[in-house]
Design a protein around this ligand. Structure first.
Ligand code: MIG
Length: 690
């Protein structure tokens, strides 16, 4: 059941797609706060000791969010350490599991503060602006509540199937030859590969929708050449548009008032990679349409996927901010800089980037009138990605285009996925991404993953390998690294064979991963779940945060610590352990419920199949186009007659939900398999039944 409570007059974010009439009666847990210092809405809830609090999508720390202060305010912060409060997304919901079970979503474009047992360890205090729509979703099981929430926010974005292949990125592959090298490095070593990314240097002077012709002299031909290798190129698009006379995007934006304005009505100026830029006014419908159509420049050249970056938006500096810093420097230059002025000096200079003052100094021209950016901040990246997504629906209505974004808000999950931003080559960040995955799934971001191996800092071979072993299960499986860091493509390392085998296992699991992803997207369900959501009555399972249920059949327990050749794992029920070195080398055995130490060597990975569940696998391939999705090898653990619902389609068109896309694989308790559809064949099986 969903109840809506409206406070003030909220800007329509369009996060919720279902019409719900607001309640008139008394509002539970809410208090309106009006005093001299601030106006706002407080949501206060007292927790019992056992209460668990899930949610918040892209945020730091655990699956259970208890015990920290979170500030949902889209932020470009490249150091995602435990004490931070904000990342790139604003996913303003929590799901409380305790004496009462409910999800609450705060729909407001402004910052929301979630004090979840931080000030008082037993109290949740959520503070929002005065204008907010709150939705309270109640239900029986946690998964039912999530499903109901997902139903009101609309169906998740669906990526093309090739986007489930292995993807390689770096900031930046500078030209055609560097990209050819990357492809060669994979192909020569038989490491599967489906895409290579183009970071900001493919553009001419970092101008959106341009190609640096020195680096890519025959771009269309090159795109074609790569497609022959079964590789798709995925260019980045940044939010800021370079100020440059004669540059069409700039000229058109200025002429039609498509850019954000300063207080005097002039186009607001900030600086990002291209130098001085204007920011497209994505909250203006016309501007959004215009920007979305710009992607055609690349679609026409054969491009089929994009990533939208810097759309919090990140602002290195504004003219005003820079001037203020200079002024302060000048004011103290000839003085005997005392300690106070020293710190002010430091703050003035370091505080130039992504400064709240800048967000207060420009305006959007919306349907509801002129509104200051800081009142709509959390909607900016959402609407950039929406611009693209809606334009694709119009320009290429029958074809899926890969799209994911850095900044996001609930609602954007209908237009694209997200990647988890600039993490570090830290083991703790491998664990963080494991925990973030189910939280993102709860609010509809199914197509997601982190920069495998770590973006910032120099990585090591074992970290990349362990991260890749986890990445096998994330829909977006992309290795990415920052400028200046150690190279980390799989073929840069000593044990290339291990990478080939692990990524090979992903291609084997593709039939399962794709099928589970599609069913989750089409039914508003979660692809990756905490154990707590599946084993609701198992007090221990509720505390496990380093294992996940992937789809319906598999439990994973990734190794995420250095110099350990195994780990403890908790089995809430008896399961079949599948330890794989490659698609053809594996051991399977049944383990009883309880705690176990499992050995997992660096070149191995392990996953578990739940009782009376099947896992269809393909025979692999070096690209998704090479994979034969119709010929399967089925793994399973059956003690009674068991059915697996396989979802299979062409992977590119948008005719998703057709009946004929659903097939059944049945196993009887002896392990004999049958299929109900002559489109698929089961060639082999590995079924344990005791
Ligand atoms: O200021 O385009 O998160 O993935 O490689 C850095 C360069 C800008 C941030 C993105 C990262 C990308 C990088 N970008």
């Amino acid at each position: 059941m969903v109840k809506k409570y409206s406070f003030g007059k909220i800007f329509n974010t369009e996060a919720v797609v279902k019409k719900i009439a607001p309640e008139k009666g008394k509002m539970p847990f809410f208090r309106q706060q009006n005093n001299d210092t601030k106006d706002g809405i407080l949501f206060i809830y007292g927790m019992e000791k056992e209460d668990k609090v899930y949610g918040l999508g892209e945020q730091v720390r655990g699956i259970n969010k208890r015990g920290h202060l979170y500030i949902n305010n889209c932020t470009d912060d490249p150091v995602h350490s435990e004490e931070k409060n904000s990342l790139y997304g604003a996913h303003n919901f929590i799901l409380v599991d305790g004496r009462e079970r409910f999800l609450v979503f705060f729909d407001t474009p402004e910052k929301v503060t979630f004090d979840i047992g931080y000030t008082d360890m037993d109290v949740i205090t959520i503070e929002t602006a005065i204008d907010v729509d709150c939705y309270i979703v109640t239900g029986n099981k946690l998964l039912d509540i999530v499903k109901e929430f997902r139903t009101i926010i609309g169906q998740s974005y669906i990526a093309p199937r090739w986007a489930f292949g292995y993807q390689q990125c770096r900031w930046s592959y500078m030209n055609e030859d560097e990209i050819r090298e990357v492809v060669k490095g994979h192909r020569e070593n038989n490491i599967p590969l489906d895409t290579v990314y183009m970071d900001i240097d493919y553009m001419e002077s970092y101008k959106d929708f341009t190609i640096n012709e020195k680096a890519f002299p025959k771009f269309e031909k090159f795109v074609e050449e790569m497609k022959k290798e079964h590789v798709r190129l995925i260019p980045i698009i940044d939010a800021g548009v370079k100020i440059e006379k004669g540059y069409d995007v700039y000229e058109e934006g200025v002429k039609n008032n498509y850019f954000c304005k300063d207080k005097d009505g002039k186009d607001f100026v900030g600086a990002v990679w291209p130098g001085k830029v204007h920011f497209p006014d994505f909250l203006n419908e016309e501007a959004r349409k215009w920007f979305g159509k710009k992607y055609k420049f690349l679609l026409d050249k054969g491009i089929e996927g994009f990533w939208n970056d810097m759309n919090e938006p990140a602002i290195f500096y504004s003219d005003k901010g820079l001037q203020e810093a200079f002024d302060y420097v000048d004011s103290v230059r000839d003085t005997n800089v005392d300690i106070n002025s020293f710190f002010t000096l430091k703050d003035k200079v370091l505080g130039i980037a992504n400064s709240p003052a800048d967000y207060k100094s420009f305006y959007h021209n919306t349907k509801e009138g002129k509104i200051c950016h800081d009142k709509l901040h959390n909607l900016y990246g959402y609407n950039m990605t929406r611009a693209a997504g809606e334009a694709f629906d119009e320009m290429v209505p029958d074809k899926r285009i890969l799209m994911f974004s850095r900044a996001s808000y609930i609602g954007m999950h209908r237009n694209g996925g997200i990647w988890q931003g600039d993490n570090m080559a830290w083991w703790s960040h491998l664990l963080m991404t494991i925990k973030m995955l189910p939280s993102l799934n709860m609010c509809g971001f199914l197509y997601t993953g982190s920069d495998m191996g770590g973006f910032g800092a120099n990585t090591t071979e074992d970290l990349v390998l362990r991260w890749t072993q986890f990445g096998v299960f994330t829909p977006l499986m992309r290795n990415h690294a920052a400028l200046g860091t150690r190279k980390q493509e799989p073929y840069q390392f000593k044990n290339v064979e291990d990478f080939k085998n692990i990524i090979g296992i992903r291609y084997g699991l593709l039939s399962y991963i794709y099928s589970e992803y599609m069913k989750a997207a089409l039914n508003n369900e979660m692809y990756a779940k905490p154990l707590a959501f599946v084993y609701e009555d198992d007090a221990h399972a509720k505390e496990v945060e380093d294992q996940l249920i992937i789809g319906d059949s598999i439990m994973i327990a990734p190794v995420y610590t250095q110099n350990t050749m195994g780990r403890y794992v908790y089995l809430p029920e008896e399961m079949m352990a599948v330890k794989m070195r490659s698609l053809t080398e594996y051991d399977c055995k049944v383990l009883p419920a309880g705690h176990h130490y499992v050995d997992v060597d660096l070149n191995e990975m392990i996953f578990f199949i739940r009782p009376n569940h099947l896992v269809p696998m393909t025979y692999g391939g070096e690209s998704t186009e090479e994979v034969d999705f119709a010929t399967l090898k089925v793994f399973g653990f059956v003690k009674k007659n068991t059915t697996y619902e396989l979802y299979l389609d062409d992977g590119v068109s948008k005719d998703y939900g057709k009946k004929e896309n659903y097939m059944e694989i049945k196993a009887d308790k002896k392990g004999n398999l049958t299929v109900n559809n002559d489109k698929i064949t089961v060639k082999e099986s590995v079924i344990l039944n005791k």
